[in-house]
Design a protein around this ligand. Sequence first.
Ligand code: E4P
Length: 215
Amino acid sequence: MKFFIDTANLAQIKEANDLGVLDGVTTNPSLMAKEGIKGDDKIKQHYKDICDIVDGDVSAEVFGIEYNEMIKEGEALAALHPQIVVKIPMIKDGIKAIKYFSAKGIRTNCTLVFSAGQALLAAKAGATYVSPFIGRLDDVSTNGLTLIEDIRQIYDNFGYETQILAASVRHPMHIVECAKIGADVATCPLSAILALLKHPLTDTGLAQFIADSKK
Ligand code: E4P
């Protein structure tokens, strides 16, 4: 399973990349705003800076929600760097835009997916990635991991090549469960990736080994 980091924070992207396990980055307008990145030029430069750090796909989201806006923005984003994947919301015009980009060989990530039916549409339109938001489903008392299972089954039934990018990951068990189900990618906050390192028996075992090595 590929690991993406879900942030626009350059320091966190560098830290995850230095660990040697990072395969890509996802951003969204909220994550860009959190870093104070405003204005077309600054946003574009920020995406280029991210691409310079990581050797993998970088999702850059369009702001427009109307077909022509999404096409214009998406083409400009894709032209920035070969690693850019255009992130498009799961709406009617978004599906049309994904179909357009797919025909042009521009890679897409269909975002804000909360149902198997939406994921089926994204695959049929030719999305490179589909992003089901598992944490936000858990937040409303719906099992987000069940959605990943359903999409995996549907895509396997018909051989869809769209990659399942589990998004809105909140904790390390989300990552482990996504790997068990067969998600292609999990996009995670740095905290969830680092939490995978931790086990108290590792800490006590290492302390004992260090102590014994001095005997
Ligand atoms: C990723 O592509 C999504 O934008 C992101 O995972 C959303 O996560 P959140 O629910 O923590 O905002």
